[in-house]
Ligand binder design. Structure first.
Ligand code: 2AM
Length: 172
């Protein structure tokens, strides 16, 4: 069965626990993202039958992009979409470079670049009407690019299909 695939980076477990705490008391109707699943999406591919082509793209992008540090220090709500999120107040150029390398590699494999502009964020809850609480999360070193699959709505849980060390073999 085709699954919804996407590329993402993930904070380490202690940071995910802190981030999940920022939406601990959101009340209904907010659907909180499970702490294990918190991620920042780089490329959403939609329903894809096989993983071979995205894996090639992931491999190529990760080889080109070095590890970098990322701080999620801005918490907000996109009221219209009901998305409570955490985002970097300053987007590191290395994150943009990884996003760009990934899309170049995906385009070479036949995918069309997403039209919506890249607004790096980590979704904390959907169906939210309140902004999350501001919590302090230590900046973390992004060392891996992940290919994830999402299960069916309304409460998708994510599965890691592949993981690549940024910087490729040189970083290992
Ligand atoms: P979101 O966090 O802003 O909802 C899995 O669905 C991930 O892919 C989510 O993080 C989601 O972003 C992202 N995504 C990007 N484009 C999407 C789309 N068109 N439909 C669903 N999810 C999308």
């Amino acid at each position: 069965m085709p699954e919804r695939l996407f590329f993402a980076v993930q904070p380490p477990p202690p940071s995910r626990a802190m981030l999940a705490g920022s939406v601990a008391a959101m009340g209904r109707p907010a659907r909180r993202v499970h702490a294990d699943d918190l991620h920042l999406t780089l490329a959403f591919l939609g329903e894809v039958g096989g993983t071979e082509a995205p894996s090639r793209a992931g491999d190529r992008a990760a080889t080109q992009a070095p590890p970098f540090s990322l701080a999620l220090d801005r918490f907000g709500l996109w009221r219209r979409r009901g998305i409570a999120y955490a985002a970097p107040s300053r987007v590191p150029s290395a994150l943009l470079a990884l996003h760009s390398a990934l899309w170049s590699a995906l385009e070479a494999e036949g995918w069309s670049r997403e039209r919506r502009p890249f607004r790096p964020h980590l979704t904390l809850a959907r169906g939210a009407v309140r902004a999350p609480r501001q919590v302090t999360v230590d900046p973390w070193r992004v060392e891996h690019l992940l290919l994830l699959a999402s299960g069916p709505p309304p409460a998708p849980r994510y599965r890691v299909l592949a993981s690549w060390a940024l910087g490729g073999a040189a970083a290992e």
